[in-house]
Structure formats: C-alpha cells, structure tokens
Design a protein around this ligand. Structure first.
Ligand code: ACO
Ligand code: ATP
Length: 702
C-alpha cells in the first residue's frame, strides 16, 4: 500500500510498465476524483516512466514533461497512425468519444492511458464540458457516461487510482512473459503480402479489397508488396490516399523502390487528373475516399488494391464495405477480399482494445435473423424504445444495425442517441429479434427573432440541422420556428428489407409527430435514388438539395419533409415551389455530376412551374422533326422537363440518362460520348429527337 500523502511509488509504476511492455499489453488508468490532485500525481509519476512520445489532452501541464505534447481534444484524430507510449486525457475538460477512442488506438505495447475524471459513481451527473458544444449541457443525467462508468467498474484490467487516498493499491501487471513481446511480421501478414503481389502481377480487373482493424499491419503489407512488385519487374506502382499522412507507413516499408521512383504517392485528385501510366494502383484508407472516386480508380487502371480500416472510431469502414461492394459486384465481379486479424503493435491478449470496443460498442453488429419457425407471415412488432434504459445486448443489436447500414457511425453518435433528451426512437422486432430501428430528434421551435436571424444567415444554432438548413439556405424563417421531428437514422436488417418494416417505423414516427402537435417529419441524407423512393413512399417530399458533397459519403445532402400540421404542410409547399422556380438554373451550375436518375426523380417530384405556350410547342415540333438545332431548342427542352409528369415519363425510357445529362445538366457532346451515352452530336441529337417525338405522341396535351 502506498501512502498518498507521500510521493507515489514510481518504482512500482516503472516495473508495471516494463511488465506490460514485455506482455505486449496497454492499460487504462482512471485517476478518479480531485482534478488538481490527479494532475499533481501525474507530474510526479510521468517523468519516471517511458512516456515519449506521448500526448496530454486538455491542458498545458505537458510542457513540463519531456516527450509529451499538449494537444486539444478536437485534434486527437490527427494522431491516428502514430505510435504513442502515453496518453493523458483530462476528462474534466470534456470527453468527445471519437477522439478518446482514436487516441487509445495509437498506444503501443507498454502504453498507458491516464484518464482524469470524477469518481466513477458520479459520472452520470458529471457536467461534461463537451456537452456544451452539442447544446446538451444542463440536462442533468447522462446515461452514456453512466454506462461507461459501469463498463469500467466491471473490468479488472482497469487501474483505478484515487490520488489523495492513502489505501490505493499498487499497480499489478501481467506476469513476465518469455520471450517478451516484439512487434514484427506475422504469418498472416506474410500471406497477405503474397496475395497483394499476386494481384499486382496477375490478370487485369481482379481487384483486391483488404479490410482490417487499425494496427493490423495492412499499410506495411502494401508497402512490402509494392517493393516486391517492382523487384519482380513492374515499372510503376502508384499509391494513393486522400492525405499523404495515410501512406507514410506504406512508403517506409516500400524502400528501396520509393527511392528509385518506381513506387510513388499521388493524392486521389492528382491521380485522377494526371492519369499516370501505372500497372498497379494501391488505395490506402479507401473508406475516406468517396465511392464515386473509388469507382473511377477501379475503372481507370488494370490492377487495383484497396485497403481500409474497419473500426468504429473511424466510422466509415463498415459503410465502405456495404456500399463499395455493390460497385465491385457490378464492375469487377471477380474481385477478391482479404483481411488481417492479429494486431502488430500489441499482443492478442492486450486488454485495452477489447475494453475500448466494449465502451463504445465498436464491434456492434446487426443480429442474425433466425429462420422463421412458426410458418406463415412473420409478425413485426413496432414499439417505442429507449436506448438510455436498454440492456447492453439490446443496445449492441440496435446500434449494430445503424453501424452496419450507415456510411458513418461513430462513438459520438452512440452518445448523442443515448443522451439527447430530444431524441425519440422506435424499434421493430420479429420473434424478439431487432430487425429495424428509427432514431429521430425534435428540432426547431426557435423564437421569431432568432428564426429571423437564422434566416438572414446571421446566427447558426446547433442541434437543429433541418430547421437551420431550411431557414438559412431556402430562406424561410418559418422552417426554424416550426417544430419538426427529424429522422436522424433509420436502418432495417438487410435480410428483412422490402417487407414494409421501414415504412412502418416511419409511420410510427409520423403518428408521434401528429400526436405531439409537431409541424412535420423530415430527414436529411446523402441523396440516392433508392432512398428517395423509400422516403417518397412514406409521404416525404424533396425540399432542398445541398450544393456541396458531404465529406463522409461523397453524396449531396438531400432534405425531405412532410407536414403534420396545417402550417407544416404549407411550409412544405412553399419550399417545394421555391425550389422548383430555381431548379433549371441551379442544376447545370451545381449538380452537373449528380446521378442522372436521381436528378430526374427529383425533377419529377417538384411542382410544374410554367406551362408551355404555342411558340414553345412549335419549337419542340421543329426539333422533333429534325429542322431545328439542339442548342436553339435547349431552353424549351429544359422547361418541358419541368412540365407535369414529363420527368416521370422520361424515367421510364432507356434514353432518360442522355436527356438528363444533355438537357438538364448541360454536358458537352464530347463528354457524353466519353461516358458512353452517345456516339457524338449527330447520333445523340437524333436520339433526343426520337425521344421527344415519342413523348409528344404519348402526351398530346402538352
Ligand atoms: C436519415 C436516414 O437514415 S437515410 C438512410 C436510410 N437508411 C439506410 O440507407 C440504411 C440501409 N437501408 C435500410 O436499412 C432500408 O433499406 C431502409 C430503411 C432504407 C428501407 O427499409 P425497408 O424496410 O426495406 O423499406 P420498406 O419495405 O418499408 O419499403 C417501402 C417502400 O420504399 C421503397 N423502397 C425501399 N427500399 C428500396 C430500394 N432499395 N430501392 C427502391 N425502392 C425502395 C419501395 O417503394 C418500398 O415499397 P415496395 O417494397 O412495396 O416496392
Ligand atoms: N512486419 C512489420 N514489422 C515491423 N513493424 C511493422 C510491421 N508491420 C507493421 N509494422 C508497424 O506496425 C504499425 C502498424 O502497421 P500499419 O500502419 O501497417 O497497420 P494498419 O493495419 O495499416 O493500421 P492503420 O490503420 O493504423 O494504418 C506501424 O508502425 C508499422 O510500421
């Protein structure tokens, strides 16, 4: 036992760290209670331990300790991919969960994660400063933090130190291990290198997709394989990623080929712009690259290897597999996948990784659906559900559904879901197994003055995504005054889709909005044709399309809304009419690359603006019958696309894509030819004339 009025037993902590290193373990140490005492304790202990390189998140105490850098929690993710010996996380300054989880992943064997917090018993009522950022402060109870405290309290690997408590136990570590743990090549990694080399030397159009948790050695494996490929005769291997930092490890392991200039890095943008001759392209951290860019790379070079981290704190990994798989199946059905299980920088018996995973449900997966035993139609039960009160297995199943189905779901989402008092959730079960979840939140209801300022763009309000965006972008202050229920997430188990479960969940939310006297039910998501069909089927209408792509999914944010009160219905109509008025001007300037089917779908959903007059009809007939040029007729063709029912009719035709690109999006003929939509101007125009003729025959009233 140590007497805390004296100095902490630094020798004991040194031995503890040595034992951890030799076992290949890392540990969490919670410094509970008085913040000043905890900081003093660390200032005394850290100089006696191996802490470099390390980071201290939240204060500048770090400056006094060699090898430790002071950082702000919001920059924590920048340290991903580094090897740290020590992290000090000052929870008194706030606990953004994504940063915390990410930093825990940077520790190597022997690494210590010190977390300064109140005693575990008080976490539920702890006023975490990070909640202020989210507008969730002052809510009293925090079920998310309470759950974390429960998880930590039950884990025997967690060291709990109460500086100032004289009966604190000495640290006790794993037994000495012989031979001691050493990071190095695993047999799994060696076989992966062989597979990458095989892909790089093999037949065209057989891409390899590597997914693994962080720190499994996939970047290093890519590097080793790149060097081998060059040694075996490949002239040029290009490695790419969104950020050069993502390929540092790769390039380090690819010497000497990098020095010889035969393995080189290009950013994704430069790669697609410069289109270098390369026999092999390697994309690292592929989940950070939007799917449409990945597709361009896939189709642009003969041999491509994609690698990405699948781990909850990056959020994107699982969604990457879900979405990109569709592209691969379509474009290169002979694609292969590979994975790495064993960690490189710590031993498989390390307790920290599974602890962080339990804390933030990083390995939550959608439950398997049992075979329906009783015969007949399965009974779907829809009910209100409260994640804050759920048991861990229930939470795991439901969160797992969201993680599996969405492009980016991170530990912060779990916190928001559990702790946001405005959140309302439903779940769908079949035979007691969760098959669907819907998470919504009440937004808006701002007072007149604030709503007006939001509309003018003078103020931004957190926690009100839909009203904020509709008021400031679409210009209706009413959108911020009304109270809207926004569906944050909805997911249905892949094997229970297209059976009406999603629609029933939305219907439950709609019923709630009506019963609570809210004005509408809305949603905001990365637009794609299937989801628009789904939401339209639930009665929501498109009201806004964003001007820039979401960084996470590479898609344009689309907002859809249905009114559940008279003013709500009026708002939807106003928003739609205004969008329709500007649509034809907005499309070629902002949405040239939007999926043409989605564009027609959105066009079809908007109210018609201006009917055609006799002059327009004459121009259309002249174009259809071949006398009048396309460029001269373009303004009328655009207006025609907005006439009642025309876009919906076009969607049923094989030439729909050509029409959307040429007429609405204003593509040049050369670009249309490159994309395989026509053989050139003459042939393209002829097809558009024929399509118009068919339309005029079908719709003589136009
Ligand atoms: C804010 C957000 O969360 S947006 C993101 C939505 N979630 C996701 O993308 C996660 C992955 N997808 C899913 O979990 C599901 O596909 C959901 C939630 C979108 C739909 O759930 P489901 O239970 O399959 O929908 P449901 O069976 O009720 O479909 C109702 C109608 O929507 C339309 N629809 C649903 N899915 C599709 C689809 N993939 N393609 C075309 N139409 C579709 C159809 O018109 C369908 O009616 P039908 O089957 O009679 O033709
Ligand atoms: N065979 C090896 N020998 C020595 N060090 C290795 C080996 N493989 C990987 N490493 C080191 O282990 C660490 C993690 O490896 P790497 O970055 O390749 O993993 P990763 O799976 O790509 O993880 P991340 O998602 O963090 O990039 C790096 O510091 C790397 O240099």
């Amino acid at each position: 036992m140590t007497n805390q009025t004296e100095l902490p037993d630094i020798d004991a902590w040194q031995q503890f760290q040595d034992r951890l290193r030799s076992a290949g373990h890392r540990r969490l140490v919670v410094l509970e209670g008085d913040r000043e005492a905890s900081r003093g304790w660390l200032r005394a202990v850290l100089p006696g331990l191996s802490v470099a390189p390390g980071v201290w998140v939240g204060t500048d105490d770090a400056s006094a300790i060699d090898g430790i850098t002071a950082i702000h929690a919001k920059n924590a993710r920048r340290w991903l991919g580094q090897d740290l010996s020590c992290v000090v996380w000052d929870g008194w300054q706030g606990n953004p969960p994504d940063g915390l989880a990410a930093l825990a992943g940077t520790l190597s064997a022997g690494g210590l994660f010190f977390w300064l917090m109140p005693p575990l018993a008080n976490w539920s009522g702890f006023e975490d400063p990070d909640y202020r950022r989210l507008g969730l402060d002052g809510m009293g109870d925090h079920p998310f933090l309470a759950r974390l405290a429960r998880v930590l309290g039950k884990d025997s690997s967690v060291m709990r130190v109460q500086p100032g408590n004289p009966s604190a136990p000495l640290p006790s570590g794993p037994k000495p291990v012989e031979p001691p743990f050493r990071p190095g090549t695993t047999s799994e990694q060696t076989s992966l290198v062989e597979r990458i080399v095989k892909t790089g030397l093999g037949r065209r159009r057989r891409p390899l997709v590597i997914t693994a948790d962080r720190g499994r050695g996939k970047s290093a494996a890519l590097g080793m394989a790149a060097a081998r490929l060059v040694a075996e005769g490949r002239q040029q291997v290009v490695v790419t990623a969104n950020e050069p930092a993502a390929v540092e490890t790769l390039l380090r392991h690819a010497e000497p080929a990098v020095g010889e200039g035969r393995v080189r890095y290009l950013s994704v943008d430069d790669l697609l712009e410069q289109r270098p001759e390369a026999e092999v392209i390697m994309v690292d951290e592929a989940a950070a690259v939007p799917p449409y860019r990945l597709r361009q790379i896939l189709l642009g070079w003969p041999r491509v290897v994609f690698a990405t981290t699948v781990h909850g704190y990056e959020g994107a990994g699982r969604g990457f597999s879900v979405r990109f798989r569709g592209v691969l199946d379509n474009e290169t059905p002979h694609w292969k996948q590979a994975s790495l299980q064993a960690p490189i920088r710590w031993a498989e018996s390390d307790p920290l990784e599974p602890l962080i995973s339990r804390m933030f449900l990083l390995d939550a997966e959608a439950p398997e659906l049992p075979e329906h035993a009783s015969g007949g139609e399965p009974q779907v039960v829809i009910e209100r559900w409260y994640p804050a009160d759920a048991s861990d297995p229930e939470l795991q199943q439901s969160f797992g559904l969201l993680v599996d189905a969405h492009y980016r779901t991170t530990p912060s989402d779990l916190r928001q879901w559990m702790d946001d008092p405005a959140a309302v959730s439903w779940r769908a079960t079949i035979d007691g197994v969760v098959v669907g979840v819907l998470w919504a939140t009440v937004e808006g209801g701002l007072d007149e003055g604030l709503a007006h300022q939001v509309m003018l763009g003078q103020r931004r309000v957190r926690g009100h995504l839909l009203p904020q965006s509709l008021a400031s972008h679409s210009g209706f202050a009413d959108a911020a005054r009304q109270r809207l229920l926004r569906v944050v997430r909805i997911a249905v188990n892949a094997s229970a889709r297209r059976q009406g479960v999603g629609r029933s969940l939305v219907r439950a939310a709609q019923g709630h909005a009506e019963a609570q006297g809210l004005d509408g039910l809305g949603t905001s998501f990365g637009g794609n044709p299937e989801l628009v069909t789904f939401w339209q089927g639930c009665g929501l209408m498109p009201v806004r399309l964003g001007l820039s792509r979401e960084a996470s999914s590479g898609e344009l944010p689309l907002q859809m809304l249905s009114g559940t009160s008279e003013p709500g219905r009026q708002l939807v109509e106003n928003l739609r009419r205004r969008l329709a008025r500007h649509w034809l001007m907005l499309v070629p300037d902002n949405w040239r690359d939007l999926n043409p089917r989605l564009l027609l779908q959105l066009t079809a959903s908007l109210p018609g603006v201006e009917s055609l007059n006799e002059d327009d009809r004459r121009d259309l007939l002249s174009f259809a019958h071949g006398y009048r040029g396309f460029d001269l007729t373009l303004p009328v063709l655009r207006n025609l696309s907005m006439s009642d029912g025309v876009a919906a009719w076009l969607m049923l035709n094989a030439e729909a894509e050509l029409w959307a690109r040429a007429v609405l999006q204003g593509w040049e003929w050369s670009q249309l030819r490159r994309d395989g939509l026509c053989l050139g101007r003459e042939e393209g125009e002829a097809r558009l004339r024929a399509l118009l003729e068919k339309l005029l025959q079908n719709r003589p009233e136009l």
